[in-house]
Design a protein around this ligand. Structure first.
Ligand SMILES: [Zn+2]
Length: 168
């Protein structure tokens, strides 16, 4: 797919997107576009990496049996405009791992934005022959995941080893 955006225009849109100064319609339009546009997708990933390095991440990354495990170091919220949500998105979309476990033990709140992000992380990984599983879900978050039916797509485990094994 050929991108109709000029490089300078692309840079500006992405800078605004990352600094959250695009309006809702423009965000929707851009998100719809960049997933299918190699040029914009690559540029966004590079820019996000730079932004990510500037922010201190609450999200740690490690590997367990060939699976990437993401875990929040301290209390986190997966809610609209929470930095934690942004970090999760970047970690999942930027790394090449497609088999990912997210430890939700320190996530105290989730809202529709957080659920939407989990779903888009899940879809991204499944599209790339991987999957997303969650472990140690807190009762509050579990309730919301159950209510919205997301639990039927994203499998949840109480034990990380079990989650790792489920990928094989
Ligand atoms: Zn493009």
């Amino acid at each position: 797919m050929n991108c109709r955006m000029e490089p300078i225009q692309r840079e500006q849109v992405i800078a605004k997107y990352l600094s959250r100064t695009l309006d809702a319609d423009a965000v929707e339009e851009f998100e719809g576009h960049f997933l299918g546009c190699d040029e914009c997708f690559d540029e966004l990933r590079l820019s996000e990496r730079m932004v990510a390095e500037l922010r201190r991440s609450n999200l740690t990354w490690r590997r367990n049996g060939g699976v990437a495990v993401l875990q929040f170091s301290h209390s986190a919220e997966l809610t609209h405009s929470a930095a934690d949500l942004d970090q999760l998105r970047r970690e999942v979309l930027e790394q090449s791992d497609t088999r990912v476990i997210v430890d939700l033990s320190r996530v105290t709140r989730i809202d529709s934005a957080g659920l939407g992000q989990l779903m888009s992380c899940y879809s991204h990984l499944v599209r790339n022959q991987g999957s997303l599983k969650v472990v140690n879900v807190t009762p509050e978050v579990k309730k919301v995941m159950d209510m919205t039916g997301i639990s039927s797509l994203i499998r949840s485990f109480n034990d990380e080893q079990e989650a790792v094994k489920s990928f094989n």
